[in-house]
Design a binder for this molecule. Structure first.
Ligand code: ATP
Ligand code: MG
Length: 391
């Protein structure tokens, strides 16, 4: 019996004007993800059908769960679109399924088919009743809904519905730069941004020797975990030591974090402009730490006009952890290596900074030159210790 994976797009079909582009991008992403398998994709503007070898079914399904833009999928039996073929396929396939109660839902997109959906449902229902023992119809709460979709070339029969990842196909939007620390929040923020179709590139600020190479490795591992959901993610590493030491030396301890984060945002803005990224993404969550009160966010955000997307801003820590576990970043995030923010954390970071006071503190350092130097020394991480300067 021939089977296909039938894919429903869900949310993207609501964007009528862009539908073609969405389907094209999703197709490309699926082809990339399944490049090791012998598959064939048939598609139209509301459905996609993946033909595959039975032996690969389990592997392919596990990969389907990693692709954004899929609302749900079904494993469907395929037959010809004539009454006799449909009946035969139905009789054969109900024997393979376990259920006590059922209802039939017929969708007839081929309007030349001689009977309407309304007429067909009871006909197929009685075929099912005649050919399987101890079952009955339950239209309100059936064990199984038997879907029969009649299209011009083929008819699809399926008994299951599995949820996909949802969202928009990866990279359908423009580019955003993700501030990726080794913590729990920022990988989740990156995942959620990708789910909206944003193509992300990651930026990691490190303060060697105050932070270790293990901390960097942790971020690299996180990037690799996020890559599962997209094709590739570039990682920029920003050598942040000099600016941090300067801040630590000259600024009042309670303003150290506020000013350090303003410096990060300035560097982010520069990297965004240079790399044609339209937004900054980070893992800030309202109220979680002193630098994430509304007053802090206001003062820190004040240095840039580039939109800052904070996907986890309104989630509880437990909700964030829940997602981190689902996307398999949690175990890496809780490894105990120091981050550049934690190394320099003062005893009493200011919770409600003012802009005036912050600017006064910031004037104590001559940061323009150091920032430029930091940006000039930022590099793109490449595997096998092969580094590329971004300039
Ligand atoms: P996380 O769990 O993601 O580390 P956090 O709760 O520890 O977040 P902060 O350390 O205040 O919060 O950082 C807030 C956000 O700023 C992070 O989620 C991340 O997006 C960004 N950030 C912090 N430190 C770094 C860093 N070293 N490199 C890149 N981005 C960073
Ligand atoms: Mg952190």
């Amino acid at each position: 019996m021939e089977k296909v994976i039938l894919i429903k797009y869900g949310e993207l079909t609501t964007k009528k004007g862009n539908r073609n582009f969405f389907v094209k991008t999703l197709t490309k992403n699926i082809e990339n993800k399944l490049q090791d398998y012998n598959i064939e994709i048939e598609k139209d503007l509301s459905r996609m059908y993946i033909h595959y070898n039975e032996i690969d079914e389990k592997d392919i399904i596990s990969k389907i769960h990693q692709i954004f833009g899929i609302h749900s999928y079904h494993i469907a039996y395929v037959t010809n679109s004539d009454m006799e073929s449909i009946k035969n396929e139905l009789i054969k396939t109900i024997k393979l399924e376990e259920f006590k109660t059922f209802k039939v839902e017929v969708k007839r997109s081929d309007k030349t088919f001689p009977k309407t959906s309304m007429e067909l449902s009871p006909i197929f229902g009685s075929i099912v009743l005649k050919n399987k023992d101890n079952i009955k119809v339950d239209v309100n709460n059936p064990d199984t809904i038997i879907h029969i979709e009649i299209r011009k070339d083929h008819t699809y029969i399926y008994y299951n519905a599995y949820p996909g990842l949802g969202g928009y196909p990866s990279t359908i939007q423009g580019k955003g730069l993700l501030m990726l620390s080794g913590g729990i929040d920022s990988p989740v923020a990156g995942f959620l941004a990708m789910k909206r179709g944003i193509k992300i590139e990651a930026v990691y600020f490190e303060a060697i020797p105050h932070t270790s190479l293990e901390a960097r490795e942790k971020v690299i591992t996180l990037v690799n975990k996020l890559k599962v959901y997209t094709n590739d993610i570039k990682l920029y590493i920003v050598p942040f030591t000099k600016i941090q030491e300067e801040i630590y030396k000259k600024v009042s301890p309670n303003y150290v974090i506020t000013i350090m984060r303003r410096m990060m945002y300035r560097i982010m803005e520069n990297l965004c402009k240079k790399n044609n990224a339209k937004v900054i993404i980070n893992g800030e969550s309202i109220g979680q730490v002193a630098s994430q009160t509304l007053n802090s966010m206001y003062v820190i955000n004040n240095v840039t006009n580039i939109p800052v997307i904070r996907p986890v801003a309104c989630l509880d820590k437990l909700e964030i952890i829940d997602i981190a576990k689902k996307i398999d970043t949690y175990e890496t995030s809780i490894l105990p290596y120091e981050d550049c923010c934690t190394v320099f954390v003062p005893k009493h970071p200011i919770i409600n900074p003012t802009l005036e006071e912050t600017i006064k503190e910031e004037e104590k350092i001559d940061y323009e030159k150091i920032l430029q130097e930091t940006i000039d020394n930022t590099f793109i991480y490449k595997e096998k210790n092969d580094y590329e300067n971004i300039l």
